[in-house]
Design a protein around this ligand. Structure first.
Ligand code: SF4
Length: 470
C-alpha cells in the first residue's frame, strides 16, 4: 500500500471519529466547572453541549421600541458600523472558540441585526462560522425580502452562507413595526409572523438556501394569556423553535411598565403547554439551571405535539442516559450527513446496545403517535419549546459582585442569583480581559458602561440611513 493511500485512510478515519478529542476535553472541563446542584443526569451542559453564546457591543441600536427593553438607555445613541461589528464579532468569537471548544451555537445579537448592511451582516456570520459556530441572527423581523436576498447571496447571485438562521422577535410589547405601530393584541401580529417565514421559504425555493427559524416572545402579565393562541395559530408556519422570555427588570428602566413578577415561570409554562395541547416534560433534558431554562424537544404530526422524551418514563430516561454516554459528544448540527452516518455506524459497532435502545425508543414513539396518524399526515415537524427567564438587575448586580470577591451571599435572592450565574448557559466574551460572562451580567452590569463608551467611539452620524428606509 502506498503511503499516500495510508495517509488518506488515516485522514478518513480521523474525520469520521465520532467525537473530536478537543470536544471531549472541553465537555469534561465544562462539566467540572458546573456547580454541584446542576450536575444531574439530565444536564446537557458538559454532557452534550457547552451552552449558547452571544455577541455584545457590536450594534446596540434598534429601530423598534420594546417594553421592556434589555438594552441600556445609551444603546440607541451608538452608530451602527459594519466594520466595528465584524472586527468585534471576530475577536469575541475567537475567544469563545479558544475557551469553549470547536463547536457551539452562537447568536449574532445587538440591537437590531438588519440595521447592518447586508454585506457586513454576512461577513459577521462567516466570521462566526470560521470559529466553528452555528450562527443565528436575532431580529425583530421587520425587514424586506430584498434585505434577506442581499444577505444570503453574493454579487453573482450565488448563496454565500450554507444556511441562514434567524430568531424573529414578535410580540405586542414592541412598538414601531411597519404597518402595525402599536399592536392591539398578539393575534394581530400573525400576518407579520407569516410574512417573515414566507420570505425564507421563498429564498429557499428560489435560491436553494436552507434556513432555520425561531420565534421569540417576551411575556408580561399583559400578553401571558395569549401565549397559547400564538402557539395554536402559528405552530405550522415554519418556526422550528418557540422561545418565551418572561420579562425581567433589566436594561432601560424608562421602559418598565408592568409588574413583571406578578406572573411566575409556572404560569408561563402552563400557557405554553395549553398551546401545545399536552404536558411538556422539561426535566428529561436540562440546560444549566432549571430556574433559567426549560426546554422540551418534540415534533408535530398534524395538529398534535409529541415530546421526544417523557421525564416520567424510566425507559425514556434510560434512552437519554445512553445518548449522553455514547453520543453526547457527537456534533450533529455541524456534520455533513454522510460523515455523520459513518460516525454513528462507528459508535454502534463499538456499542451495539445503542442501536437496541434507540430502536426501542423509535418503536415506542411510533406507538404513541399511532400508525394511522403517521400514514394520514406523513410528515413530522420538529418543534422545540423553550422558556428562558432572565434575572432582575437588582439581583444580578450584587450576586456578580459577591462572586468577583469569592463570597457566597447570605441573602436568599442573591444566593439564588449566584447559583444561576455559576450554572449559566448563555455566555458573552470579553477579548480585552479574556473573560466570559453570563448574558445576565452583560445586560445588568456591563452594558451601561459599554454603551457610554461606544457612544463616544461611534457617535450617531447627522443622517442615519437604514435598510428599512431604502
Ligand atoms: S443569562 Fe441569566 S438567565 Fe440566562 S442562563 Fe445565564 S444566568 Fe440564567
Amino acid at each position: 500500500m502506498s503511503s499516500r493511500f495510508l495517509t488518506r485512510l488515516r485522514l478518513a478515519w480521523e474525520s469520521t471519529r465520532p467525537v473530536d478529542p478537543e470536544t471531549t476535553a472541553t465537555l469534561r472541563e465544562r462539566w467540572q466547572a458546573l456547580p454541584e446542584h446542576v450536575r444531574t443526569p439530565a444536564q446537557a451542559l458538559g454532557q452534550h453541549a457547552v451552552g449558547c453564546e452571544g455577541t455584545h457591543g457590536v450594534f446596540p441600536r434598534c429601530n423598534l421600541a420594546c417594553t421592556p427593553c434589555y438594552h441600556s438607555r445609551d444603546a440607541n445613541r451608538v452608530r451602527v458600523d459594519g466594520g466595528h461589528t465584524v472586527t468585534q464579532v471576530r475577536a469575541q468569537l475567537r475567544l469563545l472558540r479558544e475557551r469553549r471548544g470547536p463547536h457551539a451555537h452562537a447568536q449574532l445579537i445587538g440591537g437590531e441585526v438588519s440595521l447592518l448592511p447586508p454585506d457586513d451582516h454576512a461577513a459577521a456570520l462567516l466570521a462566526m462560522r470560521e470559529q466553528g459556530r452555528e450562527p443565528m441572527s436575532m431580529s425583530h423581523g421587520d425587514f424586506d425580502a430584498s434585505y434577506l436576498t442581499a444577505l444570503a447571496l453574493d454579487a453573482h447571485g450565488e448563496p454565500r452562507l450554507p444556511r441562514v438562521s434567524f430568531a424573529g422577535h414578535f410580540d405586542m410589547l414592541m412598538f414601531g413595526r411597519r404597518g402595525i405601530e402599536r399592536p392591539a393584541d398578539e393575534r394581530s401580529l400573525n400576518p407579520y409572523r407569516r410574512r417573515f417565514v414566507d420570505m425564507f421559504a421563498d429564498l429557499r425555493r428560489e435560491h436553494g438556501v436552507p434556513y432555520f427559524l425561531a420565534h421569540n416572545m417576551t411575556v408580561t402579565p399583559r400578553n401571558l394569556n395569549q401565549i397559547a393562541d400564538v402557539i395554536r395559530d402559528c405552530h405550522d408556519y415554519g418556526f422550528g423553535l418557540f422561545s418565551f422570555q418572561p420579562a425581567a427588570f433589566v436594561g432601560d428602566d424608562r421602559r418598565w411598565h408592568e409588574g413583571y413578577r406578578d406572573s411566575t415561570d409556572d404560569d408561563v409554562w402552563a400557557q405554553i403547554e395549553a398551546g401545545a395541547g399536552t404536558r411538556l416534560p422539561f426535566r428529561a433534558l436540562q440546560v444549566g439551571d432549571e430556574r433559567c431554562n426549560r426546554t422540551t424537544y418534540g415534533f408535530y404530526v398534524g395538529e398534535r405535539y409529541f415530546p421526544i422524551l417523557d421525564d416520567e418514563k424510566p425507559a425514556d430516561l434510560h434512552t437519554r442516559d445512553v445518548f449522553f454516554r455514547h453520543l453526547g459528544g457527537v456534533n450533529f448540527a455541524g456534520t455533513a450527513l454522510p460523515t455523520l452516518a459513518v460516525k454513528l455506524a462507528r459508535v454502534i459497532a463499538r456499542h451495539p446496545s445503542v442501536a437496541v435502545v434507540f430502536t426501542a425508543w423509535t418503536v415506542r414513539m411510533a406507538r404513541t403517535v399511532g400508525l394511522r396518524r403517521l400514514l394520514r399526515y406523513r410528515r413530522i415537524r420538529p418543534v422545540t419549546f423553550v422558556m428562558h427567564s432572565f434575572m432582575d438587575a437588582a439581583d444580578v448586580t450584587p450576586a456578580w459582585e459577591a462572586l468577583q470577591r469569592g463570597e457566597t451571599s447570605a441573602q436568599p435572592r442573591v444566593l439564588a442569583a449566584q447559583q444561576r450565574l455559576q450554572a449559566c448557559s448563555y455566555a458573552m466574551a470579553h477579548p480585552e480581559t479574556g473573560e466570559l460572562v453570563p448574558a445576565c451580567v452583560q445586560h445588568s452590569v456591563l452594558d451601561p458602561g459599554e454603551n457610554v463608551a461606544l457612544r463616544q467611539f461611534l457617535p450617531l452620524l447627522p443622517t442615519v440611513r437604514s435598510h428599512r428606509e431604502g
